[in-house]
Design a protein around this ligand. Structure first.
Ligand code: HEM
Length: 443
């Protein structure tokens, strides 16, 4: 079973991080790694890759940016590999903006400035203001789902619901018009192409061509916001500056606004980090509810449990399985020596099922008390900027399922396939049927 953490009959020798079959069911390998070592060494990307899987270690490493740096910058154009050279030429030929590291791939104090600036655009109030928009989207997509499956025909929940909801929510936040939604989704996918998977140089460059298209669109939009400010995230980014006395930010940046390349990098990260992750979480939440009829029954009669359901789905099905770090100096974890410069992955998905922290860790139990201790949004300076939005979207979807649906069923349960990435994990498709809640007490 794809979600099982049982490692009976499995050996770590069979573990190949890029093997799509391993990625169908990685949890049994994670269980062995957690038991065996503080840092599991595997070969990938031309060298050693150390996977950190225990909850305590992952949480500590995420807080310790001095030793676990985020400057991993995969696929940058600085190197002299064939890919780097061709990437540089592509950006020159197509007039792209040279990619700069902003949040995900820089460390404090540079990182601190970007986070402060982005926080001005992503305020809790701005997120809370999105509730009516997200609810309307969820309600409309749910009604569609009910209609399509009304005569028992199953529909792919990923395609029909889990993709459009976050794409349209973020598009609204960035004020992207409806007729550009298709492009917006394409750009978002291009931005994550190749992360945690083995795709060819040609495929990577093809994706980068689409990223340049994205850059040009948003560079124009940002220019427009300068002359015609609106009440949106783009305008907030254009206007954001850090003032004096903001702790942790280098004083040379006081009052300095973001340049276009930096703003584009931030917008791209919002797409990259926010779309597929939320899509994957919504698919997994549906699957988990369908596989656990008692929990579905409980949610159905208590919509207010939507937040708990969302949180436990996050723990169990962490869409961001792991995130890279670089060792800044020689270190030892447990008995494992990790030389300076090594690549590591903080395996959030493995940490979330650590039996030292959770009883019955592979079970879906929205009622458990410590479910929010999961690391699905990371921890420390890189803690997810969009956690509030992702939680809002997932809770609202759970609530709308509860309010509108009577039964839910997965019809391809025997053939579920996960996308073959060890970084962003989620279902390729999820065929479902649903029936509407019976209306009682009328007439
Ligand atoms: C279920 C949905 C989501 C999951 C599981 C998720 C997960 C994560 C994780 C684990 C990190 C930390 C990376 C690290 O440790 O280096 C992160 C960072 C980030 N997330 Fe999310 N995310 C989600 C949704 C979103 C959304 C909706 C947005 C934006 C609207 C977003 C924007 C970001 C950004 C910009 C960062 C980089 C922060 C930094 O490095 O300082 N995420 N996310």
């Amino acid at each position: 079973m794809a979600d099982s953490g049982s490692s009976e009959g499995i050996h770590l020798d069979a573990f190949n991080i890029f093997d799509p079959e391993v990625q169908q069911c990685p949890h049994m390998y994670y269980a062995l790694m957690r038991e065996e070592t503080a840092a599991y060494e595997t070969r990938a990307m031309g060298g050693s890759l150390f996977l950190i899987t225990r909850q305590e270690d992952v949480a500590e490493a995420a807080l310790n940016h001095a030793h676990f740096s985020s400057r991993f910058d995969i696929g940058s154009m600085d190197g002299d590999s064939e890919y780097s050279r061709r990437l540089k030429k592509l950006y020159e030929d197509e007039g792209g903006y040279e990619p700069v590291g902003t949040m995900l791939t820089v460390d404090p104090p540079v990182h601190t400035r970007y986070r402060r600036l982005v926080a001005q655009a992503f305020t809790p109030r701005a997120i809370a203001n999105m509730e009516p928009v997200v609810r309307e989207l969820a309600s409309e997509l749910m009604d569609n789902l009910i209609e399509i499956t009304s005569d028992g025909v199953s529909v792919d929940f990923v395609e029909a619901f889990a993709i459009p909801l976050p794409v349209r929510a973020i598009a609204k936040a960035l004020n992207v018009p409806d007729d550009r939604l298709g492009d917006f989704k394409r750009w978002s996918d291009a931005s994550v192409a190749g992360i945690g998977t083995n795709i060819s140089i040609e495929e990577r460059l093809g994706a980068q061509r689409e990223v340049i298209e994205f850059q040009k669109y948003f560079a124009d939009q940002l220019e427009e916001r300068r002359s015609e400010p609106q009440d949106d995230i783009l305008t907030a980014l254009v206007n954001a500056t850090v003032e004096k006395d903001t702790s942790g930010v280098d004083s040379q940046f006081e009052g300095v606004p973001l340049n276009v390349s930096e703003m584009l990098s931030i917008i791209q990260q919002i797409l990259v980090a926010g779309n597929q992750t939320t899509t994957h979480l919504l698919g997994e939440m549906f699957r988990l509810l369908a596989e656990n009829p008692n929990e579905w029954e409980s949610l159905r009669s208590h919509p207010e449990r939507g937040g708990d359901v969302a949180e436990e789905a996050l723990r169990l099905a962490a869409p961001t399985q792991g995130m890279f770090r670089i060792a800044t100096e020689d270190m030892t974890m447990g008995s494992k020596f990790i030389p300076a410069g090594s690549r590591m992955v903080l395996m959030y998905a493995a940490a979330n099922r650590d039996p030292d922290v959770w009883t019955n860790p592979d079970a879906f139990e929205p009622g458990r008390v410590n479910k929010a201790a999961h690391l699905s949004f990371g921890r420390g300076p890189h803690f997810c900027v969009g956690a509030g939005l992702a939680r809002l979207e997932t809770r609202i979807v759970a609530e709308e399922m509860s309010r509108k649906l009577q039964t839910i069923e997965v019809t391809n349960a025997e053939h579920l396939r996960y996308q073959p990435s060890f970084v962003v994990r989620g279902l390729e498709r999820l065929d479902v049927t649903v029936t509407p809640k019976e209306v009682v007490g009328r007439g």
